[in-house]
Write a protein that binds this ligand. Structure first.
Ligand code: SF4
Ligand code: SF4
Length: 395
């Protein structure tokens, strides 16, 4: 176990537990082990330009998908993190509230991204006023009057952006100064990054990028970055299976730190967001800021790859989809299972799964020979994984 994951925070009582209101919490410093010199040195050491936006972002930045205490966000800010990524859908809007609570009084010093989903199957039902209202609701939860980067969440095909209502809404919000820059997040970079090269909409992109599925898209990342689009990497832990892999459970070195260094070695990645759910996460990840990839990182990454390669469904891969006669959304279902099993976001995963159409769920897999499995270049036991995912995720 890494020194950071072993770190004891017994002195850190959740402020909510103590019944303190946020106004009090801001006047408090987060309790830390004052004798720990290592902890005192942990600070963001590198800020990078975010594409052509003129903004400079901490290389290690904050992902707020899994969080139970806004003080953790504030602690990251105190250590120099200045880029915070949230979404309307995270924690049923609670994540945006946490970000607003934590950063309201330092708003001008931080960069906030939030994201809104527009499922393509409903694109004929998009309405400009409704979209504007959703963004304004986010502003209110975030306790701010502008969003630095407003992203379309989890987009697979930029043809969605041709929707007139969507375009009109985002143009109006930009003209009103409620949005500074626009962008999108994607799990389908091979298509969407190519499309981004000829679209004016994305000024910042949030893209899956890690040591298991990054190398294939590095050329595209370089091209969008050359165009001036900011590149933020997500899912940098390649599935985050380290807690479930025997080969890594007792590793002396931190796999997450190695995985972050691997991502940040790419000069076309402006920053990466990592989920920081606790004070120990904040310290463990921020400690990596400004550091180069080390030979020992490659060793632990190699151990992870060996152990996880046949377990991890590459989120950006879709090689098996055309082999399925039933139209199951295989990579989406396995991504949701990853949220459930590896990220421990059980209720979020169940909620996302409920949003899939029944025809996209692996309901007919039990009686199928498993064509998807034969098509998987990474030799995953796809059919079994889908059946397990369905039993975990159905409400
Ligand atoms: S096992 Fe399921 S996902 Fe795979 S090909 Fe058959 S129906 Fe499609
Ligand atoms: S199951 Fe295999 S082929 Fe299908 S998306 Fe995942 S990694 Fe790609």
């Amino acid at each position: 176990m890494s020194p950071f994951s072993r770190r004891s925070f017994l002195g850190v009582l959740p402020l909510g537990f103590l019944g303190w209101k946020w106004g009090h919490a801001h006047s408090l410093s987060i309790p830390q082990d004052k004798n720990n010199e290592q902890a005192k040195e942990i600070k963001i050491k590198k800020y990078n330009p975010l594409g052509n936006t003129g903004l400079k972002v901490s290389d290690v930045s904050f992902g707020a998908i899994s969080l139970f205490d806004s003080n953790v966000i504030r602690y990251a800010y105190d250590l120099g993190v200045n880029y915070f990524d949230t979404a309307e859908s995270y924690l049923r809007m609670q994540s945006e509230k946490f970000v607003g609570e934590a950063l309201g009084d330092v708003r001008s010093k931080v960069i906030i991204t939030t994201k809104h989903s527009f499922p393509p199957q409903f694109k004929d039902q998009f309405k400009k006023e409704r979209i504007i209202q959703r963004v304004e609701n986010s502003l209110s939860r975030l306790q701010t009057d502008y969003i630095d980067i407003a992203m379309i969440h989890n987009i697979s095909d930029l043809s969605l952006l041709e929707n007139q209502e969507l375009q009109a809404a985002y143009s109006q919000l930009k003209e009103q100064g409620k949005i500074r820059f626009t962008g999108f997040s994607t799990h389908n970079p091979k298509l969407t990054l190519k499309q981004a090269l000829t679209s004016d909409f994305p000024q910042v992109i949030l893209v899956i990028y890690n040591h298991l599925e990054g190398p294939e898209i590095e050329d595209l990342i370089a091209q969008v970055r050359k165009k001036g689009i900011g590149v933020v990497a997500m899912k940098v832990f390649a599935g985050g299976k380290q807690g479930n892999l025997k080969a890594l459970v007792n590793a002396r070195q931190s796999y997450p730190q190695a995985a972050i260094r691997w991502v940040l070695k790419n000069p076309n990645v402006d920053c990466c967001i990592v989920t920081m759910s606790s004070y120990s996460h904040v310290e463990e990840y921020v400690a990596v800021s400004g550091q180069a990839l080390r030979p020992e990182d490659l060793k632990i990454i190699s151990a992870y790859q060996k152990a996880a390669s046949r377990e991890y469904c590459r989120v950006s891969c879709s090689a098996c989809l055309s082999a399925c006669p039933s139209g199951v959304a295989i990579n989406d279902v396995l991504r949701m299972a990853m949220y459930f099993e590896d990220y421990r976001l059980e209720s979020e995963a169940i909620r996302y799964y409920a949003q899939l159409d029944d025809s996209q769920k692996p309901i007919s897999c039990a009686t199928c020979p498993g064509y998807c499995q034969q098509a998987c270049p990474y030799q995953l036991a796809v059919k079994d994984k889908l059946l397990k995912a369905h039993s975990l995720l159905q409400a």
